[in-house]
Every structure is written in C-alpha cells, then in structure tokens.
Design a protein around this ligand. Structure first.
Ligand code: HEM
Length: 121
C-alpha cells in the first residue's frame, strides 16, 4: 500500500521550487541576511536548495552539493541568523500552502543540520 511521502505532502518538486523561490525573496528582503548572499549565484543556490529539500523529504533526488559544514564555513553565522532563515522558510511554506504538519516535519529534518551549519564559525 502506498504511503504518502513528505515530498508529496510538500506538493512535489513544483511546489518545493515555488517555496524556494518565495524563501529567497524573503531572504533578499532581510537586511540581516542578504549580505551573506552577496557573492552567491542565486539560480544555482535555488537549484541546490530544491534538490536538498527533495532529498530530505524522500523525493526522487539525491543532493549532490557540498556538505553543510563546507557550504557554510567561515560565514560567522549565529543562532539568530539560523533562526531567521528557518522562519523565512516556514513563512514561505505557508505562502505556498504547505499544511502545518508537513511544514513541521520538514523543519524537524533540517534542524539537526544546525551543528554542521555552525561548525566553522
Ligand atoms: C538548516 C539550515 C540551512 C540549510 C539546510 C542550508 C542549505 C544550504 C544549501 C543546500 C546550500 C547550497 C550549497 C551549494 O550547493 O553550494 C547553501 C548555501 C548557502 N547558505 Fe545555507 N543552509 C542553511 C542555513 C544557512 C544560514 C543560517 C545562512 C546565513 C544566513 C546560510 C547562508 C548560505 C549562503 C550564503 C550560501 C551560499 C554559499 C555560496 O555562495 O557558495 N545558510 N545552504
């Protein structure tokens, strides 16, 4: 019998890509965060985030970007940055009509990455 995956509950890749896009606009509008992305290729980042969310939500992707400690080293991130970013992601999911249960499961799967994201600060 078919079990609904988190990927499906997020709305599949089309809606995940819409969440990522919505999220990146929120980050761009956040003066405390946008500076970190000054030298980032946003199209590549969007593709990378879309593939990571697909992967961690049991979708048909395998994230092939750098591990989270490498991707965020030397940024000097604090918990405040981390929490703001997570809040933007949650708001973006709400804007794209992801149900609260699916939102919470995804955030719960990203939360354990905190240690790696912060590792090199
Ligand atoms: C659970 C938390 C986070 C996750 C899952 C996450 C995920 C990712 C992923 C998948 C990439 C792309 C890596 C690549 O393909 O090169 C990335 C890059 C990046 N992240 Fe995060 N991230 C998180 C937290 C943060 C925070 C708190 C900040 C700071 C505001 C941040 C800033 C960046 C920047 C600036 C890049 C681009 C680096 C570059 O230009 O190469 N991230 N992140």
């Amino acid at each position: 019998q078919h079990q609904t995956t988190l990927y499906e509950r997020l709305g599949g890749q089309t809606n995940i890509d819409a969440v990522v896009e919505n999220f990146l606009y929120r980050v761009a509008d956040d003066t405390e965060l946008v500076g970190f992305f000054a030298n980032t290729n946003i199209d590549k980042l969007a593709a990378s985030l879309g593939s990571m969310i697909c992967d961690v939500s049991d979708g048909p992707c395998h994230y092939e970007g750098p591990p989270m400690d490498r991707a965020h080293q030397h940024m000097g991130l604090t918990d405040r940055h981390f929490n703001r970013l997570v809040e933007h992601l949650d708001t973006a999911m709400q804007a794209e009509e992801v149900p609260i249960s699916a939102r919470n499961v995804l955030l719960g799967r990203l939360a354990p990455m905190h240690a790696d994201v912060m590792r090199y600060q």
